[in-house]
Design a protein around this ligand. Structure first.
Ligand SMILES: [Mg+2]
Length: 278
């Protein structure tokens, strides 16, 4: 890898030195798969499946950590197949869905999930009136089992609709004891107390990580980046990689050690990592 920033280069070298004790965590949308109009068609970059298998052979473990339900990520990423190939190699791969609330491992190959949060049913009953009041009655409502996501991407005025909807949703979520997770033209309402930062921390503990590289592109990845900073002060070699797709949040870029050009850039970095660790 050619790094223009010398500090990124030094962090990358430290991550490479952690070798077989390195954990790689990867967000799904905007990181492994391009952001598309229809989220049910967000298929991974074509090189991703082989790359994940190759990566698993040279690091301690590979995890996909996403806001999506596990089953969607498995289907869109061909990750079930990736998991069985990695399992055949006796290496470690898992998928954490809904920010870590759902867990799927290549060994067990089933989704372990808590019950939906208590306030979710009451919140769902309010959704039709919320979207009407926001002037966004046609917002796409995506039930996710443990959460619900409201998308304005396909509306005539996506940004305006989102700006009107967000405060109404935030208020209603709070009344039902739920947390909001705003993203790009989407807000998700879910149980409080779980985020990608916690997922990163638990992965590091589970796999006794001496290095941790995490790549993400959106607000939901901020906690993961923050956790990596904390882990670095504890002596873990960490690298936070922002997959920049053009309209990602500045907040994430500011926390990033390296900014790459969307899923193509992530793939290039992972390819280099496999090469440098082999
Ligand atoms: Mg993402």
């Amino acid at each position: 890898m050619d790094f223009t920033d010398p500090s990124a280069s030094a962090l990358y070298e430290a991550v490479v030195r952690s070798g077989g004790d390195l954990v790689v965590g990867l967000d799904f949308d905007g990181t492994l798969a391009p952001i598309v109009e229809d989220p049910t068609r967000a298929h991974v970059h074509p090189e991703v499946p082989d790359l994940l298998v190759a990566l698993s052979e040279v690091v301690r473990g590979v995890a996909v950590v996403t806001g999506r339900p596990v089953r969607q990520a498995l289907a869109l990423g061909d990750l079930d197949q990736v998991g069985s190939r990695i399992n055949d190699l006796h290496r470690s791969f898992l998928v954490l869905g809904q920010y870590g609330n759902e867990r799927w491992t290549a060994v067990d190959r089933r989704v372990v999930s808590p019950r939906p949060p208590a306030g979710l049913a009451g919140f769902l009953r309010e959704v039709p009136s919320l979207v009407r009041r926001a002037g966004a009655p046609d917002a796409y409502v995506e039930p996710k089992g443990l959460a619900v996501a409201l998308h304005t991407r396909r509306l005539d005025d996506p940004a305006g609709s989102f700006a009107r909807l967000l405060p109404l949703v935030t208020d209603a979520a709070a009344r039902h004891g739920l947390a909001v997770e705003p993203g790009r033209l989407v807000v998700e309402v879910r149980a409080p107390g779980m985020h990608k930062g916690l997922s990163v921390r638990r992965l590091a503990e589970e796999w006794s990580a001496k290095g941790f590289l995490f790549a993400g592109d959106d607000l939901g990845d901020v906690e993961a980046f923050t956790e990596l900073r904390a882990m670095r002060t504890e002596g873990v070699a960490t690298m936070a990689v922002c997959s920049h797709g053009g309209d990602g949040p500045e907040e994430l870029e500011e926390l990033a050690d390296l900014v790459v050009d969307g899923p193509d850039g992530v793939v290039e970095l992972l390819r280099a990592l496999v090469h440098d660790l082999s």
